[in-house]
Design a protein around this ligand. Structure first.
Ligand code: DAH
Length: 359
């Protein structure tokens, strides 16, 4: 005959000593599993006399009940323990500084940043972005833009001509103005584009590099006039330099592709090696512009009797230097990571008119 009290003691002890889920399951099987000791006891009930069944049955059932409750209690206890252990080892100290990653070390080059700023400004005024090839034909770079054959202006730009070959004379474009022609030949007015890109001239000193960047603006429709040009340039410069207003001075000039042509000076204040825009009585030349020459319109498939418009061209690198205070253009292209760390922008500082251009 099995000693029920002893079995109870053993079973409860095994359960209480179980230190993990596996040990607890072993204890459960040993007591209540198909071949467990309590299950075996229950199986003996059938062979008992009715009186014996009354007394013994009640004891055996009570034992089963106790074991079941003890198992459940132990399971809860083990679950709580393992949760507490996980919470301790997976704890996150939110006060620790974030681990360094690409966002902290990578930098956006000032030219890319300024280009994004310009795109945001002009997109807001309804301009879209057009691009053209760096290797350009003599025709697009000069002829279509009304530079006469043999005209000294062709040499004025210190052009890198490519070795002759093929039918067309090729060169590295000296300005972004050829994208004007490419756009006019493929799009119908109204045209409102900016054309950013690399340009090349044989020149090298503190403020000149053989490759630099320009952005061209072009507006063509039936009624656009000089007043619109002035407004666009004012809006652009004051937004770009993040000042309340700028005074501009338009000086007559000459470009073969515009008539009249103008150079634009922007009001500034020079003080202790610093330049501030939107104040002062000094002037700084900043860009060239004008009304698109009728010959250019004609060369690019538009009737100058029907259409007119303006164009302007600005150096992107120069804008970056003026806004962010670099003094040597050559450093832009030296890929010195110390320079980039200092003058570069964080990848998520994406310029927007709402969030701030250089915030
Ligand atoms: N293409 C000129 C240059 O590289 C800049 C320029 C001047 C562009 C006047 C224009 C313009 O569109 O109207 O010096």
């Amino acid at each position: 005959m099995i000693d029920i009290d002893q079995l109870e003691q053993e079973t409860l002890q095994q359960i209480s000593q179980a230190h993990d889920e596996t040990a607890l399951e072993t204890a459960r099987l040993a007591a209540l599993g198909k071949k467990g000791a309590i299950s075996a006891l229950l199986a003996t009930l059938g062979k008992m006399s009715p009186e014996q069944r009354k007394t013994e049955g009640a004891r055996i059932n009570a034992l089963r009940e106790k074991a079941t409750l003890a198992l459940a209690a132990k399971r809860d206890e083990l679950e709580e323990k393992s949760l507490a252990a996980r919470l301790t080892c997976e704890a996150v100290d939110v006060t620790l500084p974030a681990a360094p990653n690409g966002l902290d070390t990578g930098r956006i080059h000032p030219i890319s940043q300024v280009l994004e700023e310009l795109t945001a400004i002009f997109a807001d005024m309804g301009f879209s972005v057009a691009e053209g090839p760096d290797i350009e034909t003599d025709d697009y770079n000069f002829t279509k833009l009304n530079f006469p054959e043999g005209h000294p202006a062709r040499e004025m730009q210190d052009t890198f001509f490519l070795a002759a070959g093929g039918e067309e004379k090729k060169l590295l474009r000296t300005h972004t103005s050829p994208v004007q022609g490419r756009t006019m030949l493929t799009e119908k007015p109204p045209i409102r584009v900016i054309c950013p890109g690399r340009v090349y001239r044989c020149d090298f000193d503190q403020t000149h590099t053989p490759m630099f960047h320009q952005i061209e603006g072009l507006v063509i429709d039936e009624t656009t006039h000089l007043g619109h040009l002035k407004w666009v340039l004012e809006e652009f410069l004051k937004t770009f330099f993040e000042v309340k207003g700028v005074k501009l001075r338009f000086r007559p000039s000459f470009f073969p592709f515009t008539e009249p042509s103008m150079e634009v000076d922007v009001q500034c204040k020079r003080q202790g090696g610093e330049i501030r825009f939107g104040e002062g009585e000094d002037w700084m030349e900043i860009l060239g512009c004008g009304m698109v020459h009728p010959n250019v319109l004609r060369n690019c498939g538009h009737d100058p009797e029907l259409y007119q418009g303006f164009a302007f061209g600005v150096g992107i690198d120069r804008l970056a230097m003026l806004k962010y205070g670099m003094s040597d253009l050559r450093a832009f292209f030296e890929a010195d990571s110390r320079w980039l760390d200092h003058y570069g922008f964080r990848p998520l500082d994406i310029p927007s008119l709402l969030g701030g251009l250089s915030a």
